[in-house]
Design a protein around this ligand. Sequence first.
Ligand code: SAM
Length: 243
Amino acid sequence: MSTVRATSFGAWADEYDAWRPTYPDAAVDWLVPPGDPRVAEVGAGTGKLTDRLVERGIRPDVVEPDGRMLQLIGERHPQLATHEADISGLPLPDRSVDAVLVADAWHWFAKDDAAPEVSRVLRPGGWLGCVWNVPVLQHDWQWQALRLDPALALPRDLDPLDRLGLSTGVAEQRAFRWTWSLTPQQWRGFVSTVSHVRLLPEDECQDALAETERLVTRACSAAGTAAVPLSHDALCVRWRPSA
Ligand SMILES: C[S@@+](CC[C@H](N)C(=O)[O-])C[C@H]1O[C@@H](n2cnc3c(N)ncnc32)[C@H](O)[C@@H]1O
């Protein structure tokens, strides 16, 4: 994965926070260990998953390399320990957490750094929990609006270890479908935070976003509604390192 893309999100932290989706309760329930777990969240961005954890009474250690994004989490949740750091050097003691949680970010990490660090900080029996919000696109216009090519879509039935890019440990996965309803402006905002669109040259990016809004406006007109649905699968993987 390109480092430029991996670290590009902070430049538009406010928009990211405004337009990116959250994660459904069922997915969070599956990812969070039972009881009163000690949790670290890595690649936390502006706190989309952090918010869900705090609602459950969890006080995660929040790790995020981009200070602009981390600041938004600190403002919203001043009670949390926030760390401007990345997965290659987690600011946590050995065997200190029951889960390391990662939302829409594991694919950006160098796995040779990430897996040993996660293994180091996990308590015995603890797990890495990853979630990705993957759009479920049913119409050609939706693929066009997101500027995605159906031919390049990842297979849904990937083995969970392959999904993580790891060859050791034990992994299991679940998908939780949920649906969001967005106006043309919200679609535009969401697409503006997707790195393959945002990192286009400025004029191409603006053209792409105008096209997204036009496609969604047409779909709304056809449906006679102000907003149209966009389904996602919250794809979740839990991984335990080899003993
Ligand atoms: C697509 S965003 C996801 C943010 C947030 N978790 C969410 O669900 O909205 C990816 C995040 O991974 C972070 N990131 C990229 N490379 C990283 C690394 N090596 N270690 C930790 N975080 C990283 C980026 O700064 C960004 O905040």
